[in-house]
Design a protein around this ligand. Sequence first.
Ligand code: ZN
Length: 256
Amino acid sequence: MAKLDETLTMLKELTDAKGIPGNEREPREVMKKYIEPLADEVTTDGLGSLIAKKVGKEGGPKVLVAGHLDEVGFMITQIDDKGFLRFQTVGGWWSQVMLAQRVTIVTSKGDVTGVIGSKPPHILPPEARKKPVEIKDMFIDIGASSREEVEEWGVRPGDMVVPYFEFTVMNNEKMLLAKAWDNRIGCAIAIDVLKQLKGEKHDNEVYSVGNVQEEVGLRGAKTSANKINPDIGFAVDVGIAGDTPGITEKEAMSKM
Ligand SMILES: [Zn+2]
């Protein structure tokens, strides 16, 4: 891969970081690394949302710009005797994009690679083959052959799982491929706001925030807003690209 500039390096680190709702340490540390030199003060709320403050004028209107740190992922629920892992989704998933995803399981002993599998179509009855596989019938295969082996590798129920995706600059260099754009791009924009304000005169107290637990009910947005008590807030998040095949303007107006 070609050498990445400063912005692309930040975007790679933000999107590579693994953090499902309630487990946002990795992306929080990346955001902190990039925002700390730009802020007067960096704190967290009680749930773990990152709050970077930059004062233009003390006591001025409080402006909040927030992305969210968490990404949709999975959590291990059970390990079976043959070493296969059962899991549940954390945040909203469409079952059709899950099968054959390579995943990373974050364990106390380090990361373990796996893949999401199911019963193969070859041996399904014709009616079942026409329907998407249900999430409850999927499993994660980490190449283990027994429960003992899985446990030896450090995998436990409760461990978080995220898709693995290589950060890629596409042929059109403005197009980037990675996981977790929802919503590390919002965090990147919150960082960029403070960057743009460097050395600028303004009359506000600006708060750039990376919220936790958005995907499971906007929880960090509530706690961080409660802590900051802003006069105005901008929630930066992703939408639907309306310029992909099959989408009408009525369904989605935005374009890449
Ligand atoms: Zn989002």
